[in-house]
Design a protein around this ligand. Structure first.
Ligand SMILES: Nc1nc2c(c(=O)[nH]1)N[C@H]1C(S)=C(S)[C@@H](COP(=O)(O)OP(=O)(O)OC[C@H]3O[C@@H](n4cnc5c(=O)[nH]c(N)nc54)[C@H](O)[C@@H]3O)O[C@H]1N2
Ligand SMILES: Nc1nc2c(c(=O)[nH]1)N[C@H]1C(S)=C(S)[C@@H](COP(=O)(O)OP(=O)(O)OC[C@H]3O[C@@H](n4cnc5c(=O)[nH]c(N)nc54)[C@H](O)[C@@H]3O)O[C@H]1N2
Ligand SMILES: [Mo]
Length: 775
């Protein structure tokens, strides 16, 4: 089998393993953020950016989607990883036409995403012409002509695919989907397909809206907070401050995770003296070290224990008034959940009956419960059912639509939720399309488009041949790297609107374009006027973001500009949408949005209020549930969980502390004690011995995927260091994107089609055998 993908980052001699940290943030976090910032931006730019981060009149952090605390903001409302994200974007390093002249695409394709990203910001639009070995500069107008020419030559608009990553502003996203629908397709895959699609699907079916129902003050007031399948210390560090406040108010916090993540154990707020010298705060009161994919069983088991407690003390556990007034399907749920076998729950979760009973008791004692979750719940084949079971438990106790209680899917990209609100979705509802059509006098296509996995299949099979990406790194972020790379190479044209080089520039179609764009931190001036954009956070708050930094190159264009200019070329001068007027002044885009998207009335005025404004959320605001039954729906699902076949492990693919998705900041995972390398597999010490290895061994990881005909499809990554780590038996963990070659394209969540990246069946083989190509 041939080695796949770029060379390894690891210099083996550098890989160092220490015991995992027991606290998050604190002094090392401050030092790391300043160090990274100075290194990339220099002192002046560092001061200018970090003091503007998440401030009113400043820019929204391009890190995660956790909201700013409303009302008062600390002078430094950011975290270590937010500062790293900013440093990456505001870097003074540049990737110029000379860079592309020096390095052939073939050479660049041997580099890792880490190396590529570290080169800096792209300064000029670049083209790779058919058969050429190097990217060369191209004028903006020529680039738009090239794209428009290829798009209009297609037999059908449905042969084009338009991807969106989740940093794109509301204004750019709205115009982008408007251009795509005007062109005639709904092929709009986005990063959300790989992220919280399972949450959106489950929540829309159960409570009638695919967004979280709590605000920051709700979390702060909760009695009980369950945090399942989420690593906030690394991925949402500002959430720890909210949790710390909740704790100070008396909240009990239960972490549900196969790994003892540092941020969930102890948090030192670097902005408080106590955080510097003290021991920090124990965030989690209880840690349920659950087996991968065991959460559905957990919530079903908890449901059964709640019903039993209600039997023992009728009228004390279930919220009968809420059930009678607002819910549908409780009787079916009750019948089904009474049959749940607790022994199976114990086996599926790896938890003890005592832990289950204690958690049920906590749920019963709490008058205000919040359940938070992220990728540990959404990236499983039974993710939608799992999240629906979490909702069942909350509904039974009346925990939606009252202060201090509710569902809290914690979003990833800073505007991934806003992009959806703006219409970036392959299956927007008729109400949205009708409003769009009447505002602009266009006819949007009604057939659903391709999501991410479907897009890969379509390009692979030749059903789509032009790929345009508004941000992101499709090649590295999507599953089944070999299949995805083949799919993109199969395209006639691939176009990436990007800030920095990544693998999606060097794995390309016959012709390829890189269009360099402004980021959040950059000053955006159109026709002499400074422009602001807006974003929606994980809790449906919309606010303005304005960059201040002088762009590293005069050739960069804003995403809004790129969309408007391309649209004018593609759709012609007579198109009814006033593209040029939109480009000149983003207030005009917001005015149009206010007429199309519900909840945005008076957009331009309200978005200029100090904390922005909240979008309506019927369950949260008035216990109104716009589902098929007009009520909050209980869900009945047959229990599914993940079994480990003999001699195999179930592998989750996750983030280290030193990366932003496919952007790798460095090679250390400080909290987990892994330093100087990313090609590692963390496994239970007993498993390592039972599988015939020793900790420290170099292994190949081979995933196994059963074909319909009974044979097994294999995928392999080579030369990973095997490390003993605290995780349930039968489970293992490794970093994404390096392990994406292992994720089979068809291994997806039911209903949401999200790649099941947290449960891959693998076996380990000794590396180094000549035929395995290991090092
Ligand atoms: N610094 C930084 N911040 C980020 C990102 C980043 O890469 N870097 N990415 C952003 C994005 S797009 C997203 S979506 C979020 C991601 O935020 P997370 O969802 O926190 O990211 P992951 O690293 O995928 O971590 C998944 C967590 O779930 C646990 N887990 C895995 N499987 C299971 C399971 O079956 N059950 C349970 N209970 N737990 C499980 C893992 O051990 C891990 O703690 O972060 C956002 N913020
Ligand atoms: N195995 C596995 N796979 C996963 C996951 C996992 O947990 N495991 N997680 C999934 C998840 S949750 C997500 S969200 C996806 C992430 O998928 P993507 O969103 O596609 O990937 P990113 O790495 O966030 O994209 C980084 C690139 O975006 C560009 N960029 C940065 N800022 C801007 C900007 O302001 N504008 C523009 N136009 N471009 C910009 C830069 O060129 C950078 O290289 O990955 C998914 N893939
Ligand atoms: Mo994400």
């Amino acid at each position: 089998m041939t080695r796949h993908g770029p060379e390894s980052d690891i210099d083996e001699a550098d890989l160092e393993v220490t015991s995992p940290a027991t606290y998050a943030a604190g002094v090392p976090a401050v030092l790391v953020s300043l160090e990274r910032a100075y290194e990339q931006m220099g002192v002046t730019r560092t001061v200018r950016t970090l003091t503007r981060l998440n401030q009113r009149h400043g820019f929204d952090c391009p890190g995660c989607a956790w909201p700013e605390t409303p009302g008062h903001r600390k002078p430094a409302e950011f975290c270590e990883n937010g500062a790293k994200a900013v440093a990456e974007e505001a870097t003074l390093r540049t990737v110029t036409p000379e860079f592309f002249a020096r390095h052939s695409v073939e050479e660049l394709s041997t580099k890792t995403d880490y190396w590529l990203g570290q080169q800096g910001r792209i300064t000029h639009p670049m083209v790779l012409r058919e058969g050429a070995s190097h990217y060369e500069p191209i004028g903006w107008d020529d680039a738009f002509d090239l794209i428009a020419g290829q798009l209009t030559a297609l037999d059908s608009p449905d042969e084009a695919v338009f991807y969106t990553s989740g940093r794109t502003s509301n204004e750019a996203a709205f115009l982008y989907q408007l251009m795509i629908r005007s062109f005639g397709t709904n092929n709009m895959p986005d990063c959300s397909n790989m992220c919280h699609e399972s949450s959106g699907t489950a929540l829309t079916d159960t409570i009638g809206i695919g967004k979280g129902s709590v605000s920051v003050p709700d979390v702060e007031q909760a009695d009980l907070i369950l945090i399942a399948g989420q690593n906030p210390g690394t991925n949402h560090p500002r959430m720890l401050s909210t949790l710390e406040k909740a704790k100070a108010n008396g909240a009990r916090i239960i972490a549900i995770n196969p790994l003892p993540e540092a941020g969930l154990r102890r948090f030192k707020d670097p902005q408080k003296i106590s955080g510097v010298v003290g021991q920090g705060v124990e965030i989690a009161d209880e840690f349920l070290q659950i087996r991968l994919g065991g959460d559905m069983a957990l919530f079903q088991g908890l449901g059964r224990l709640l019903l039993e407690a209600e039997d023992a003390a009728p009228g004390t556990v279930l919220d009968r008034t809420f059930l009678d007034t607002h819910c549908a399907g409780f009787e079916d749920y009750e019948t089904h959940i009474r049959e749940v076998d607790l022994d199976t729950v114990v086996e599926a979760t790896g938890l003890t009956l005592a832990q289950l009973r204690a958690t049920a008791a906590d749920l019963i004692a709490s008058e205000r419960t919040v359940i938070c979750w992220a990728m540990g719940l959404t990236q499983h084949t039974h993710a939608v059912a799992t999240i629906s079971e979490a909702v069942n438990v909350l509904l039974a106790r009346g925990m939606i639509g009252k202060p201090g209680a509710g569902v809290c899917p914690v979003r990833g990209h800073s505007n991934v939720q806003g992009d959806r609100t703006m219409g970036i979705w392959e299956k927007m509802p008729e109400s949205f399309l009708a409003a769009l059509d009447s505002e602009f006098d266009i006819t949007s296509p009604r057939t659903h488009g391709f999501d991410t996995v479907e897009s890969i299949r379509a390009m692979r099979d030749g059903r789509a041949s032009v790929f345009v990406a508004m941000g992101g790194n499709f090649v590295s972020a999507t599953p089944d790297t070999a299949a995805t790379e083949a799919a993109l190479r199969n395209c006639a044209l691939t176009v990436q609107v990007s800030t920095k080089p990544n693998r999606s520039h060097v794995v390309h179609g016959t012709t390829a374009l890189i269009l360099p764009t402004l980021g959040r931190t950059d000053l955006d001036v159109q026709d002499g006027e400074k422009q602001s954009v807006s974003v929606e956070d994980s809790m449906s708050m919309v606010h303005l973001s304005r960059g201040r930094l002088r762009p590293v190159s005069e050739h960069l264009r804003s995403e809004v500009d790129i969309v408007c200019s391309l649209a004018r070329t593609l759709l012609g001068p007579d198109h009814p949408v006033p593209w040029e007027r939109f480009r000149e002044n983003y207030d005009r885009i917001r005015d149009a949005i206010s007429r199309v998207v519900p909840g945005f009335d008076d957009y331009n005025t309200r978005v200029r209020q100090p904390d922005g404004f909240p979008l309506p959320h019927p369950p949260r605001d008035s216990r109104e549930f716009r589902t098929d039954t007009g009520r909050a729906n209980f869900t009945v699902s047959e229990l599914e969980w993940v079994r480990t076949p003999p001699g195999r492990l179930i592998l989750q693919t996750m983030r280290s502390h030193d990366q932003y998705n496919t952007t790798i900041y460095g090679l250390d995972d400080r909290y987990r004690g892994v330093k100087g390398g990313r090609r590692v597999v963390l496994a239970n010490a007993e498993d390592i011995v039972e599988l015939g290895f020793r900790a420290g061994d170099l292994v190949d990881v081979v995933s196994e995927w059963p074909r319909a005909d009974g044979t097994v499809e294999e995928r392999r990554v080579e030369a990973f260091r095997l490390l003993a780590y605290s995780t349930p038996k039968g489970n293992a963990a490794a970093y994404y994107p390096e392990t994406n070659p292992l994720v089979p394209l068809d291994h997806v969540a039911k209903k949401s089609n999200t790649p099941a990246s947290k449960a891959i069946t693998v076996r380990l083989e000794a590396a180094g055998a000549p035929e395995s190509g290991g090092r």
